[in-house]
Write a protein that binds this ligand. Sequence first.
Ligand code: NAD
Length: 481
Amino acid sequence: MSAPTRPVTIPTLRLSIGGELLDSPEGLDVLDPATAAVVTRVPVATPELLDRAVAAARRAAPGWAAMPLPERQQRVRAFAELVEEHRSELAALLTLEQGKPVGRAYGEIGSGLAYVNAFTRMTLADEVLKDDDGELIRLRRVPVGVVAAITAWNYPQMLSLWKIGPALVAGNPVIVKPSPYTPVSTLRVGELAQQVLPPGVLQVLAGGDELGARLTTHEGVDKISFTGSRRAGRAVMAAAAPTMKRLTLELGGNDPGIVLPDADPGAIAADLYAGGMSNCGQVCAGLKRLFVPTARAGEFAEALATVAGTVVVGNGFDAGVDMGPVQNRPQLERVQGLLADAQRRGAEVYFRGRAPDGPGNWHPVVLVRGAGDDVPLVAEEQFGPVLPLLTYDTLDEAVARANRGPDGLGASVWSDDEEAAEAVATRLDAGTVWINQHPMLSPDAPFGGRKQSGIGVESSMLGLHAYTDVSVLRVKHSVPR
Ligand code: NAD
């Protein structure tokens, strides 16, 4: 397999609908966040094309659901193998549309495929709840129906593969709608899928928020698996109500990390930095509020600045680049606005890195201290390369402040004393609490948000079950056993 490089030409991409690759009278331009240049124009699913895709999915549903699980898993494995064969090409498209360093793009696809493959090894066996002389009670997990998978722009490949794998394995056709900022590599995956999956089983439609809204109200869609902002998540939940669609909502977070007094700044600074700044700070469960003991704030600021000073920001195709641009212009402006506002309110920038000049969405790594908890940079999800350092005097105070607000996605505690760390960790209101790492996700552990960070979980058996309905079979034995 060749290493991914900057694509010389971008393939003309099509919508995958009913086993065919279709163009559309409407399109949208996709920009390279590193240059602001249009890299390609992709077709947009009009209401008519959406209806066509939903109809194809409904036609495909009974056959796909009736296929024995091992055979279905075999087909999903074939899909994963095909994506793996095209991983370099897809990674290059991902860097072009998303901006992340191409090695990370390559890694993202591999990680997404690890999830898909994990689901191909899980079983959905019936569960006998009772079997006695009078009655047999059997719990069956049946496919939920047509799934719409709506994804965000920070990890287009991973987020869509996280949904495609379990939806298909559980016996559902899936229609994927990537973010309008990053539809390219997902459309390409949709094209590839047509080579190995029956028509209508996996379709990819590009379009804006209005296409997402249409999916969430469509009579022919049974479940929405949504990853994105809380604002849109609320709209999705309301839109799903009239038709009682099943919902998985993976929304934003404002993860706290609490460093205990014993922790060694030099030993953990690199992990703290990566927890907050990987993917240019655009990670749902990234470390977004770092709490350190007041007495040690200076040491931590120094250690973090030392790590940040080694980071190279640049075009994701250039060698040696650690961090790309912010993915889109509105997000860049939001991060710039949050930072300027925090500075106006007295926050101090104690480290500012370098970023390229030019028309891309460039933002340097910025480390901030002295911002109050009510400053929006701290109180809200910043989703960019600006990390606030906050100080605390007592652990009770740190826990209370960490639990403030509507978010509950991830949290972390840092200490060599695992027992002490666990005592703090279990007091944090989050879907995942890490100790001495942040974030760490894997196919064997459920991932989801508490409070307003989401509903339901992805990954693991629980994530697979989220693509099924429970149907109970109760047999009254006519002849007592
Ligand atoms: P967004 O909500 O603006 O968009 C996400 C997707 O939803 C896009 O495909 C968009 O077109 C679609 N959409 C927007 N409005 C919609 C509506 N009313 N109905 C249906 N679909 C609609 O979010 P974004 O800016 O692309 O992503 C950033 C957010 O996603 C951050 O808050 C981040 O934390 C969150 N996120 C969460 C997770 C997680 O697993 N919890 C993972 C990645 C990102």
